[in-house]
Ligand binder design. Structure first.
Ligand SMILES: [Zn+2]
Length: 495
């Protein structure tokens, strides 16, 4: 697929794309900006130097922002290569750098990890083999012919960026025209997450639908996209860019830009927006999906809201994964996809009822176990000691032991018999990473502490407590004839 010849329009009688192969074409009228679908370009090396890559994250930690991160530069020398022209886009206008390839005249293929704008030049950051740096420098001798390329993955990445970037222009234009909502900022997040525009207030569901419908009507028409370039009026350079409608796009030209080109991206009949990004020649494939909510953001003195959107490859990825989630959930629930919400609601309600019933029954059982123990105790001054083990696969075995302990101490309060009770609980199937729960309850805090200390030292139980209760956890398999026997002997030793 080729870009239409009228995509790139020079609107100044004096501006020319430099044809002299010994100078570099300024950012603004590079091949990637004149022809966004170009994947390969033969050109000439102007300049090449070795540079030491800066640390990827100067603060030593990666930013939490979900913005697209440039591919990390290796911690070894890299080559900075300037060519006469390039199909590899250097980052700018909110659009991240391309990745790409350069094939040199001696048949070698080098990876371009990043491309950046230095003043007016696009600089390729080329990966060179450390041991072969001198021969790499020779491959990039000024004046030699090279081919800049976007490989399949490089172009897929760029196509995704272009889809989201052109969609953002369309979305911002419609928000302004239909709802008078200026775009305060936007972010091109990493594939495949949704991107967002920031607007001054939350939008209603009706407003979101209105914008989405209007965008997709224009997409259906397949409105053309093209660019207009002319010499930059230096006096206007520092001003934030505004449209004829007066819309501020929130970002002026970068102050370090020295390329001398003023570039406007136009969506036919919809939008004119100063921008250096690569944009698709038509919006015909950019079905826009707006996530039907806006997130409010609190800032110190302003309020704004984020409207998330998807388009192009990300929209397909989103639909595919959303459909997959739904189908998997439907299969687990054994219902058709459209019945998933109702069935989930039903399952959640049943689960709540079941949980309530389990806790009621556990309480009843705890009281019954406790009553059995109380019956075994004799009403005299002898210390009543018991060890009870439970097999329990519930998610909260400590809760159940605690219920038994509470019921037991409550019932024993009617008697003057001193007591010490050790309760343990382990799952039915145990492995070395299983954990058993231990609870100690007694009529005297010294007895409880004594049992707790012995459990710690003899059974490697990790735990603690104060007063009349102590609880702990032990990793590994709990065997009644072994660990249970040890608890019995601990109790036996306490008088
Ligand atoms: Zn833009």
């Amino acid at each position: 697929m080729a870009t239409n010849s009228d995509y790139f329009r020079i609107v100044s009688p004096t501006l020319r794309v430099p044809s002299n192969k010994s100078i570099s074409i300024p950012v603004g009228i590079l091949a990637c900006q004149r022809d966004p679908l170009l994947r390969e370009l033969e050109t000439t090396v102007i300049h090449c130097m070795i540079s030491q890559a800066p640390p990827a994250f100067p603060n030593g930690k990666q930013t939490k922002n979900k913005k697209v991160l440039s591919p990390t530069l290796p911690n070894e020398p890299i080559l900075q290569v300037v060519t006469h022209d390039t199909c590899i886009f250097p980052e700018g206008g909110g659009q991240p750098t391309d990745t790409g390839l350069i094939k040199t005249a001696d048949g070698k293929l080098f990876s371009v990890l990043q491309a950046k704008r230095h003043g007016s030049h696009a600089v390729h950051y080329v990966q060179a083999n450390q041991s072969d740096i001198d021969s790499a420098l020779l491959s990039f001798t000024p004046g030699s012919t090279v081919v800049t390329k976007l490989g399949k993955d490089d172009f897929d990445r760029r196509y995704d960026h272009m889809s989201m970037h052109t969609s953002q222009h369309l979305l911002s234009a419609l928000l302004e025209a239909k709802l008078h909502l200026p775009t305060l900022s936007w972010s091109l997040t990493s594939y495949p997450s949704s991107c967002y525009v920031e607007v001054p207030r939350v939008m209603t569901a009706e407003e979101i639908k209105l914008i989405q419908d209007e965008a997709n009507r224009l997409v259906f028409e397949g409105r053309a996209v093209y660019t207009e370039v002319e010499e930059l009026d230096e006096n206007k350079k520092a001003e934030p860019a505004t449209l004829e409608s007066g819309r501020s796009v929130g970002r002026g030209l970068p102050t370090d830009y020295t390329g001398g080109i003023h570039r406007v991206v136009i969506i036919d009949g919809v939008d004119r927006n100063p921008c250096c990004g690569t944009h698709l020649p038509s919006i015909k494939n950019l079905q826009l999906f707006l996530l039907p909510h806006t997130d409010t953001m609190s800032r110190s003195n302003t309020s704004c809201a984020r409207l998330y959107f998807l388009s192009g490859p990300r929209l397909i990825t989103y639909l595919t994964s959303a459909h997959d989630f739904l189908t998997r959930a439907a299969s687990i629930l054994s219902v058709g996809n459209d019945l998933v919400p109702d069935r989930v609601r039903q399952v959640v309600e049943e689960r709540k009822k079941a949980d309530k019933r389990v806790s009621e029954l556990e309480l009843e059982l705890a009281k019954s176990i406790s009553a059995g123990l109380v019956n075994e105790s004799t009403d005299d001054k002898q210390l009543f000691k018991r060890y009870v083990h439970r097999t329990n696969d519930s998610s909260n075995p400590l809760g159940f032991l605690s219920s038994i302990a509470s019921a037991f101490s409550e019932q024993m309060a009617n008697f003057s018999t001193p007591y010490l009770l050790v309760l343990t609980s382990a799952p039915a199937v145990q492995t070395l990473s299983s954990s058993s729960i231990i609870m100690v309850v007694g009529s005297d805090d010294k007895l409880v502490k004594c049992a707790g200390d012995a459990l710690k030292s003899q059974l490697e139980v990790k735990g603690g407590g104060n007063g009349l209760r102590w609880s702990g956890k032990r990793m590994g398999v709990w065997k009644e004839h072994k660990e249970g026997g040890l608890v019995d002997s601990i109790l036996k030793a306490i008088q």
